[in-house]
Design a binder for this molecule. Structure first.
Ligand code: NAD
Ligand code: ZN
Length: 351
């Protein structure tokens, strides 16, 4: 089968012919419906060095794709309750399965990552950027009759903002609250839909790209251009008070600083973007009791909740599809910032 393989540190992935996998005990083989291209893949193939890859158990070679949906094709030994052809989302993180975090479905925060064999599907173990993928049965979230191709980005581009927003809910409860979304790409656009679906907050959205702001405005957000007046303009919208929760989907030092400056007393600022920007915090500059935190992905129960929002039409990822032969084009466009929708590779397009 064809697959997008990350073969070597600091090397662009390549399209390869590889063997179709077979499911082991407790695993399921899925025919891939959609595989989303995430900016985190770019960090992996551009920025990881040997030490980081070793630390994260993401040493090449492996098939990329940690944002996948598919149809059950075959089950491994001991797996029951699945029907061939049924559609599922794949929960990406692969923890030890038995620590306190894992049993709570928070495999993203597994306490045994040091001894696990991989970090996640498509991050250390073979992912879904292929015609077929093998996943642990417990990682499968049913999609019912909902369209599995459009659903692929839910596994990361929706799950990660969903987790960040859910954790910030105490700050957004009640009337007159404001939420700020910085960086309106794959994750940021879905964050706006999630904020509308599960909070009553007024949403303020910023990006450098006017077209990304326009898209956010179509979803009901108030757009603000990210320029030198950004913080001032955001504060003005909130009547000078600042936002109650800020979500930074870029994560460089200037965007973190803007989020902190635009956030109110007692607010929560969440760094989601994996750019490694350093933040500063001091008594004089930051609003009092302003929390600063970061998140990594989300939990399995949260992915079930995300799927429910999708089935009810409350989250609809906007995607552009690519065939397997054009999968590398999608990654090139992602690297060059040329995508205006989430790129989803559809290996069985037209079948
Ligand atoms: P994307 O490329 O689709 O979108 C990024 C957006 O940010 C673009 O619209 C771009 O114009 C905008 N942007 C870039 N620099 C900016 C700046 N200085 N000010 C304002 N806007 C700016 O990326 P994505 O796939 O949505 O991912 C976003 C980030 O989230 C990436 O860093 C990715 O690695 C990270 N991520 C984190 C997690 C996690 O678990 N924490 C999970 C998935 C992705
Ligand atoms: Zn664990």
């Amino acid at each position: 089968m064809k697959a997008v393989v990350f073969k070597k540190i600091k090397t662009f992935p390549s399209l390869e012919e590889v063997e179709k996998p077979t499911p082991g005990p407790g695993e399921v083989l899925l025919k891939v419906a959609g595989a989303g291209c995430c900016h985190s893949d770019v960090s992996v193939f551009q920025e990881y060095d040997e030490a980081l890859a070793k630390h994260e158990h993401t040493e090449p070679s492996f098939i990329l794709g940690h944002e996948t949906s598919g149809w059950v094709e075959e089950v491994g030994q001991g797996v029951t309750g699945f029907k061939k052809g049924d559609a599922y989302l794949i929960y990406g993180p692969t923890g030890c399965g038995h620590c306190a975090r894992c049993v709570a479905g928070e495999e993203n925060y597994c306490e045994n990552t040091a001894t696990n064999e991989s970090l996640a599907m498509g991050l250390g173990r073979d992912g879904g950027m292929a015609e077929y993928v093998v996943a642990p049965a417990r990682n499968l979230v049913p999609l019912g009759d909902a369209d599995p191709i459009n659903a692929a980005p839910l596994a990361d581009a929706a799950l990660t903002p969903y987790h960040a927003i859910k954790a910030a809910l105490p700050h957004l409860q009640g009337g007159g609250k404001y939420a700020l979304v910085i960086g309106l790409g794959g994750l940021g656009q879905i964050a706006i839909q999630i904020l509308s679906a599960i909070t009553g907050a007024t949403i303020i959205a910023t990006d450098m790209k006017p077209e990304a702001i326009a898209k956010a405005e179509e979803k009901g957000a108030i757009g603000v251009k990210s320029d030198e007046h950004e913080v001032e303009n955001i504060l003005k919208i909130t009547g000078g008070r600042g936002v109650d929760a800020a979500f930074d989907f870029v994560g460089i030092a200037p965007t973190i600083a803007a989020a902190q400056a635009a956030a109110a007393i007692g607010s929560r600022v969440t760094i989601v973007g994996i750019a490694g920007g350093k933040a500063s915090y001091d008594w004089f500059t930051n609003s009092w009791e302003q929390e600063l935190t970061s998140v990594y992905w989300g939990s399995l129960p949260e992915l079930h909740e995300v799927a429910a929002l999708y089935e009810k039409g409350l989250i609809t990822p906007e995607i552009e599809t690519y065939s397997m032969d054009n999968a590398l084009d999608a990654y090139h466009k992602l690297v060059d910032g040329k995508l205006s929708k989430r790129a989803v590779v559809v290996p069985h397009m037209g079948e």
